[in-house]
Design a protein around this ligand. Structure first.
Ligand code: 5GP
Ligand code: MN
Length: 344
């Protein structure tokens, strides 16, 4: 495997780590399996190497990730702002995982920016911000967890990787690739999986823990959204699904159970873009936008241009401050603007 870090970067990483006693690990808002898996693997590794570690997520995560090793050690800024500030005010290093920009942490970002300590980014999102003391960001890699594994490997730390650390890394890689169904054709991915399997992980069980533990209401909701709410713009090989808080009242969903619904319309023949709109459950008047595309359609560009967001070429998101009807109109405008690329 090609090295991610130059000799100089590796030396710099070791010297930054050597100077740090208390490490603050952060991730992006709406933490997913990759954000959490990267954090828990890194938290465990650093602790075993003598560091004090505080891991903080900006807000809560889906219930289907609550089984992840060490996940209960991650603090939630939105819930415990004062506690987090108290626990991290003397941190002497910030390690940003699965995000390369301060603003992807929402309010937690303001706190992190106020800490005058070195920052290291380990990520796979395009366009990380300048300003980190060390930036390891590889958009071609399938998950931040893959970057984390490879960095640890180049540090010589994977030889004694524990079973639970391997579980965390695998979970990150598995969730960011939809169970290795997209963004996962590089041979290195499977070299790493083979290394993780050697640590005794049960990959089938991890898959079931994440994907086969939904409430019945999630699947009733999925049926409703596909049957009643999905609007197909056939001419543009695009689908739009909207979901309001009024509709949410009819379903007893666990946290995070609308995640992944955006993927289903892409299973329909010829579909190139799926857009899922949902009203934010906390912030009134905010519509969350999720986009998924196939092949070379750059839904991150569309997201940056129309939805105040960004992300990966085939998986991006953003948010709008408007009504649902207005949001649907904005999506249609965006789809018309990108019409040629969608009709290909
Ligand atoms: P999701 O649809 O799962 O919420 O987000 C999919 C991907 O889009 C995320 O992994 C992240 O890379 C990106 N993303 C989501 N929301 C935003 C946003 O507000 N800003 C940026 N830059 N990226 C986002
Ligand atoms: Mn990721």
């Amino acid at each position: 495997m090609e090295k991610l870090l130059s000799e100089n970067e590796l030396t710099l990483l070791f010297s930054i780590l050597e100077g740090a006693h208390k490490v603050l690990i952060t991730c992006h808002t709406n933490p997913d399996g990759d954000a959490l898996g990267s954090m828990t693997a890194m938290m465990s590794m650093l602790r075993r190497h003598g560091k004090e570690v505080v891991a903080v997520a900006p807000d809560r995560w889906p219930d289907n990730l609550s089984w992840l090793p060490l996940v209960d050690d991650i603090m939630q800024y939105q819930r415990n702002e004062a506690l987090v500030k108290d626990a991290t005010k003397d941190a002497d290093l910030v390690l940003m995982l699965d995000h390369g920009r301060i603003e992807r942490m929402s309010e937690l970002g303001e706190w992190v920016a106020s800490l005058d300590v070195p920052r290291v980014v380990i990520d796979h999102h395009p366009e990380p911000e300048a300003g980190a003391d060390l930036l390891v960001c590889q958009p071609t890699l399938c998950a931040a967890a893959e970057v984390v594994f490879r960095v640890l490997d180049e540090m010589g730390w994977t030889a004694d990787m524990t079973h639970d650390e391997a579980v965390s890394i695998y979970t990150g890689m598995m969730t960011d690739t939809g169970g290795f169904t997209f963004n996962s054709t590089r041979p290195e991915v499977y070299v790493i999986i083979s290394r993780l399997l050697e640590k005794g992980i049960d990959k089938d069980r991890i898959y079931r823990n994440v994907f086969y533990t939904a409430s019945v209401d999630r699947y009733r909701l999925l049926g409703y959204l596909l049957y009643v709410k999905m609007e197909l713009l056939r001419e543009y090989n695009t689908s739009i699904i909207s979901f309001t808080n009024e509709e949410r009242k009819h379903f007893q969903l666990k946290n995070g159970e609308t995640d992944g619904i955006v993927n289903y319309p892409l299973m329909i023949d010829k579909m190139r873009l799926s857009v899922f709109l949902r009203e934010d459950t906390e912030k009134k008047g905010v519509i969350r936008v999720s986009l998924r595309s196939v092949d070379d359609f750059p839904c991150n560009e569309m997201s940056a241009e129309f939805f105040n967001g960004g992300g990966h070429r085939n998986a991006s998101g953003g948010r709008l401050t408007c009504t649902m009807d207005e949001a649907i109109e904005i999506v249609k405008k965006a789809v018309r603007k990108y019409g040629k690329k969608l009709q290909n």
